[in-house]
Design a protein around this ligand. Structure first.
Ligand SMILES: *[C@@H]1O[C@H](CO)[C@@H](O)[C@H](O)[C@H]1NC(C)=O
Ligand SMILES: *[C@@H]1O[C@H](CO)[C@@H](O)[C@H](O)[C@H]1NC(C)=O
Ligand SMILES: *[C@@H]1O[C@H](CO)[C@@H](O)[C@H](O)[C@H]1NC(C)=O
Ligand SMILES: *[C@@H]1O[C@H](CO)[C@@H](O)[C@H](O)[C@H]1NC(C)=O
Ligand SMILES: *[C@@H]1O[C@H](CO)[C@@H](O)[C@H](O)[C@H]1NC(C)=O
Ligand SMILES: *[C@@H]1O[C@H](CO)[C@@H](O)[C@H](O)[C@H]1NC(C)=O
Ligand SMILES: *[C@@H]1O[C@H](CO)[C@@H](O)[C@H](O)[C@H]1NC(C)=O
Length: 342
């Protein structure tokens, strides 16, 4: 109060208000301050809540299938310490094991991808175990098979046994996976199985590969043996000599069907820990394999495969009725499949 008075001239002292008024003024200021405080607090709370809402929306956007940046849930994979019934894990008994499954479609590069994974000293990817009908007849036979595999009691040429740090297999979407998706998703989430989706961007290329492979089943172009994968440029060339004819009436509908199947699988498995990989990206970008190893919690290694790509170069070289196909897809949503050169 003293200071306040010092600032003013004598005149102001004369017009000094009655003694009671400063208290009233202080009360008004106090009430005003309280109102302000309450208001500021409410604004703050609102901002905090909208902030967290935005965050949740962001996460949903990231996890939405078919975004350009493949959704990668980089949560740490669950570690397991299985006790196989058939052998002892010996010196590796204290090494954790991660469970995975490669979810793919025929002729999407999953064979090649699996050989890459199996070139890692600590990965056992046991092939297409559900190609055998009896193992996928119903949900309980599927779960029984999975239990055995993840307990390391499944033996294939790829099994690394005691020193496996990641164990899995490849599973085609049409091998009981879509039909039993509820049971499988539940199993994956309960047991901590990570899904590696391996899909193809160019579904027309996949179609050429499916038709050629199916033709070779009977034609056996390589000296009377049928091969789905090859290890030399000569064999690749011999197989790619056959040019399939594609039924253009059904082409767009068939491509749509493939697209829907992949989208549906991604939707069903969206609650699992998963990564979405595209064959074309893996071919072009070595860094993707690093992402895969990181996703599986593996020590990093260079991965190699002896497999050789069969259909190289432009698609027009590999389709008998190219003109027809080119005309059919021109102006459709699949037009870019004609141009992409991989
Ligand atoms: C599932 O299929 C197996 C044969 O693969 C059969 O033995 C079993 O009874 C079936 N279980 C159910 C619940 O249908
Ligand atoms: C990977 O395998 C090697 C050789 O079998 C073993 O020495 C090592 O401990 C394994 N690493 C992990 C993380 O399991
Ligand atoms: C297949 O035939 C080719 C010649 O057409 C020959 O060079 C190659 O050695 C044969 N491969 C096998 C496994 O017999
Ligand atoms: C294409 O498929 C349709 C429907 O199955 C069939 O009617 C037609 O004959 C086929 N066209 C050729 C060229 O095979
Ligand atoms: C997964 O997809 C289903 C069906 O579209 C949807 O209801 C659910 O919210 C999705 N879950 C997540 C975690 O995105
Ligand atoms: C290769 O993949 C990595 C990791 O997924 C990504 O960050 C990078 O941008 C890719 N590079 C090219 C040239 O696409
Ligand atoms: C495909 O058809 C378009 C016309 O629609 C033409 O310009 C283009 O050259 C054709 N592509 C090939 C590879 O034949």
């Amino acid at each position: 109060m003293a200071e306040y008075i010092c600032w003013f001239s004598k005149d102001t002292i004369i017009i000094k208000p009655p003694k009671k008024s400063p208290i009233l003024l202080r009360m008004i200021v106090l009430v005003f301050a309280m109102v302000c405080g309450v208001f500021i607090c409410s604004v703050c709370l609102k901002q905090i809540s909208t902030h967290s809402k935005i965050k949740i929306e962001d996460i949903q956007v990231i996890e939405r299938p078919f975004s350009d940046n493949p959704p990668t849930q980089m949560r740490i994979p669950i570690m397991h310490f299985p006790h196989p019934e058939t052998f002892s894990r010996a010196e590796c008994v204290h090494n954790p094991v991660r469970y995975f499954a490669i979810l793919s479609m025929q002729r999407s590069g999953s064979g090649w991808f699996e050989t890459l994974l199996n070139s890692h000293v600590n990965v056992s990817s046991n092939g297409e175990i559900f190609s055998v009908l009896d193992r996928r007849r119903n949900a309980s036979s599927i779960i029984k098979t999975l239990d055995k595999l993840y307990n390391l009691d499944w033996f294939t040429s790829a099994s690394k046994n005691e020193c496996s740090a990641a164990v899995g297999f490849k599973w085609m979407l049409n091998q009981g996976l879509i039909e039993n998706h509820e049971a499988v998703v539940e199993y994956f989430n309960a047991r901590g199985v990570s899904a590696l989706f391996l899909l193809r961007r160019n579904l027309l290329r996949r179609m050429v590969s499916v038709l050629s492979n199916s033709y070779d089943r009977h034609a056996k172009l390589l000296n009377g043996t049928h091969k789905s994968h090859v290890h030399s440029a000569e064999e690749a060339e011999a197989l790619s000599k056959y040019k399939p004819t594609i039924n253009s009436t059904l082409l767009v509908a068939d491509l749509k069907k493939m697209e829907i199947m992949a989208a549906r699988a991604l939707e069903y498995f969206n609650s699992t820990r998963h990564i979405v990989l595209y064959y074309e990206d893996l071919v072009k970008n070595c860094t993707k394999l690093k992402d895969v190893q990181e996703f599986l919690g593996l020590p990093y290694m260079e991965l190699t495969s002896r497999q050789v790509k069969i259909h190289k170069g432009p698609l027009s070289d590999h389709i008998e009725n190219w003109e027809d196909v080119n005309k059919t897809l021109a102006g459709t949503e699949y037009e870019n499949f004609l141009k992409a050169d991989y």
